[in-house]
Write a protein that binds this ligand. Structure first.
Ligand code: H79
Length: 477
């Protein structure tokens, strides 16, 4: 891209900020004096093109600090639908945890699956060990998905794993304890609005014969009591809500207030409510398998599948290659986000090899390159993601090819080279601050030459990429 144009755009962008956010610009000056890329990147420090605005209170900032350090977590979808494993009465069905609604399965027949749920191979410590080996710092597991079946000990509804299955153990309690032992933060997914087992709740339009439902009755009788139970029983670090159909702001606030009254430090994701509601949630969930296209000021999280399913399906063998999974992690972190990568355990309690092998490979990469991920702020540039253009008469953000990404830390800029240049010459935009030296994290003893000018940087790399996955250049300023 034309460098002048880019600089002009940046200047224009800063002017825009100056006029709208004078207080924040003051913060920006203070931040840049001490350390241009230090601490968590917020609007106060980041000056590239971006979306969103973030004005956390001191309390909110403190509460979310661990999450912004952590960057990488495991999502798990595990429930009665895992027994189906992508089949219904021997026929292959689509939808995973959604199959019941997609195929309008008779609710009584689905409920009966509980009698066969007996995950005897489940070992909470094994699961959490794998989370650790993957270099993940937190987990979020389905305490209750849209099917309405509680995977925890519940007095509020008998439709739960302790009362309804031969297993008679509480896997949420076992996982919470294993997470505490191994230093992993523990989060729970709870489908607060959508519950296909309940005529009053949002979502089941095939089983209850035209009955309109009564959202408040469902919330009072089941959702709120169960949210109270999971907060009291497991003190989760995250409450992960989803599909807020039927949630008014008052209803969402009731849920949020209840959580805060029991676990004031817990984080709540934005899907508690369908639109922006300051104070109700702590961080944004972007779309399923769909991250933000550019740097986003509000702390956020991309959730994505390891194959094409959330819940385990025997026939889904479309496992994503490790470099694709790593790309999502690096891309999210460079845009100020986290990555919550999903695994679907089998109904008997196993995380199968195709998942585990890939997770361990990511963990191995992180052992070498983790300093460019954990605790990092987003990019030092912001222009690498793409630009707005007019496409078919409409202004639209058009992504650039993802050849590299950048993350930052106090006094350091990391360049994640995703597409190794054939001639070993990597050209980057200009950088604030004078470069002291640079090297690859996988070979710290060998310096990399970087020519620095007002026009940008030219990095002279070895002709062949040392690592088949992303290679990270560490630039010391
Ligand atoms: O828990 C996972 C999904 O079940 C849940 N969010 C993630 C984290 C989700 N709930 N609703 N949706 C996602 C949107 C609905 C998408 C659908 Fe489909 C399209 C339902 C049926 C067609 C996706 C594709 C699910 C089944 C097939």
């Amino acid at each position: 891209m034309n460098i002048m144009l880019m600089l002009m755009k940046r200047a224009g962008f800063s002017l825009l900020l100056l006029s709208f956010f004078p207080i924040l610009v003051k913060g920006q000056q203070a931040g840049s004096k001490t350390n241009p890329y230090g601490e968590m990147t917020t609007l106060a420090q980041f000056s590239g093109p971006s979306t969103g605005t973030y004005h956390p209170s001191e309390e909110e900032r403190k509460r979310i600090a661990w999450f912004r350090e952590a960057k990488f977590g495991m999502f798990m979808h595990w429930g009665l639908y895992s027994i189906m494993a992508g089949y219904w009465k021997g026929e292959k069905v689509t939808g995973g945890e959604w199959a019941i609604k997609m195929h309008k399965l008779p609710i009584e027949e689905y409920r009966a699956l509980a009698k066969g749920f007996n995950p005897t191979r489940f070992d909470a410590n094994d699961w959490v060990s794998l989370i650790k080996a993957a270099g993940m710092k937190y987990m979020v597991i389905t305490a209750k998905h849209h099917d309405g079946f509680a995977m925890f000990n519940s007095k509020a509804s008998p439709y739960n794993i302790m009362d309804g299955t031969p297993f008679k153990r509480d896997p949420m309690l076992e996982l919470k304890e294993a997470c505490h032992l191994q230093g992993i933060k523990f989060g729970l997914y709870y489908s607060h609005a959508q519950d296909w087992n309940e005529p009053d709740a949002y979502g089941n339009d095939w089983s209850f014969g035209g009955y309109k439902g009564d959202m408040d009755a469902y919330l009072e009788k089941k959702a709120l009591p169960q949210i109270k139970e999971i907060c009291e029983q497991y003190q989760p670090d995250i409450l992960w809500f989803d599909t807020p159909g039927g949630m008014t702001i008052e209803r969402a606030k009731k849920v949020s207030d209840l959580v805060r009254s029991i676990v004031p430090d817990a984080l709540i994701n934005s899907r508690i409510f369908s639109s922006n509601a300051p104070g109700i949630w702590d961080y944004m969930s972007s779309g399923d398998n769909d991250g933000f296209p550019q740097y986003h000021q509000v702390p956020w999280e991309l959730c994505g599948t390891l194959n094409k399913s959330w819940a385990y399906k025997r026939w889904d063998t479309a496992f994503r290659p490790v470099n694709e999974l790593l790309y999502h992690l690096i891309d999210a972190v460079s845009k100020n986000g986290n990555y919550l990568l999903n695994v679907g355990p089998t109904a008997d309690g196993q995380i199968l090899d195709p998942y585990a092998i890939r997770l361990r490979q990511i963990g191995d990469w992180l052992k070498v390159n983790g300093e460019a991920i954990y605790g990092c702020s987003g990019t030092a540039f912001g222009t690498e993601f793409g630009d707005y253009a007019t496409v078919e008469g409409k202004k639209k953000f058009v992504a650039s090819p993802a050849n590299w990404r950048s993350t930052t830390k106090s006094g350091k800029v990391y360049i994640h080279v995703l597409n190794w240049p054939a001639d070993g010459r990597l050209v980057l935009p200009p950088l604030k601050g004078k470069i002291k030296n640079a090297f690859l994290l996988s070979n710290r003893n060998k310096k990399i030459t970087i020519e620095q000018s007002a026009d940008g940087l030219v990095c002279h790399l070895p002709s062949k990429a040392p690592d088949a996955l992303a290679n990270v250049i560490c630039i010391n300023l």
